[in-house]
Design a protein around this ligand. Sequence first.
Ligand code: TRP
Length: 356
Amino acid sequence: MSIDTNNESFEVAARRSLELESDLQANPERFRMLTGDRPTGPLHIGHLFGTLLNRVRMQDLGVDVFVLIADYQTITDRDAPAQIRGDVLGLVADYLAVGIDPERATIFAHSQIAELNQLMLPFLSLVGVGELQRNPTVKAEFAANGGPSMNALMFTYPVHQAADILFCRANVVPVGRDQLPHLELARQIARRFNDRYIPGKPYFPEPTALLSSAPLVLGLDGHKMSKSRSNAISLSMDEDQTARFVQGARTDSERRITFDPVHRPEVSNLLLITSLCNGVPPEMIAEEIGEDGSEELKIRLAEALNERLRPIRHRRRDLLEDPAHLGALLARGNERARNIATSTLNHVLESMHMRY
Ligand code: TRP
């Protein structure tokens, strides 16, 4: 695919996403949104400002929100670790702590939904090997992970992701730009299934990408925020850890603090995070700090973070004191997801004349 077609499809997706945002405001009850995370450790402020708060916003608008814990996806690039149960329950605690309400939203782990995973079989029959080879994420993993020795679950995971979305017939999927090709594949699988087996009576909606409007938060070293880089403030850190972490943030040698994302990315990122936490525009924070320099900026950042995260952290800690309760809440979400997946699989089998 050429750069041009990529840009063109990005523009189409961006336009669709804008229309979707206003439809969501006007008619939230027409939408089911699905998002998910891999359980590879506690979520951080990049997740909070990039996606978690948006999920809560959608839930509060009245959209039917599904939150998927993509535990099977962790074995695309590692062995299932012994602490996976803790990671999964930690994720449930993160969700509840930020305000996802298990009475209104459905939190589930896809490994527990056999009927969802079975959709992978008919879906695989609708996708070409060449298509997967051209998928940018698969292509990058192929290059990074020893080429042909890449495992086949990694190779097919965009199809698995389509099953995650289509099993509950979600019509909205919040994504970053890098995930757009996956969503395009899910749209194609929906279309191909409908066309091949039930022409004129579409069963699967083509899910629409909701592109994030949140500003991109970088790690404290100015690089992409990620657990493996140790540059992320996780929701689970305590206040002292946060302050110490912020102390080590990268700045620059200019004393006067200004908000200038192009020329001063590190300092501007710290101002942005402070602003996201306390609601004061970054330019104004910079103005107030002025010649007091990066030392003062770090003090304000740590304060703003701890203030903003305090209630979330309290709730998270309380929740983790009762893992059995978290497990029970997850089981309820799984049960709800399983009922939907069972009905979808029945419909799919019927459409394929495989009812005996
Ligand atoms: N692949 C996503 C990630 O790595 C997680 C995910 C799995 C997902 N299935 C999904 C996201 C379906 C959106 C829709 O973050």
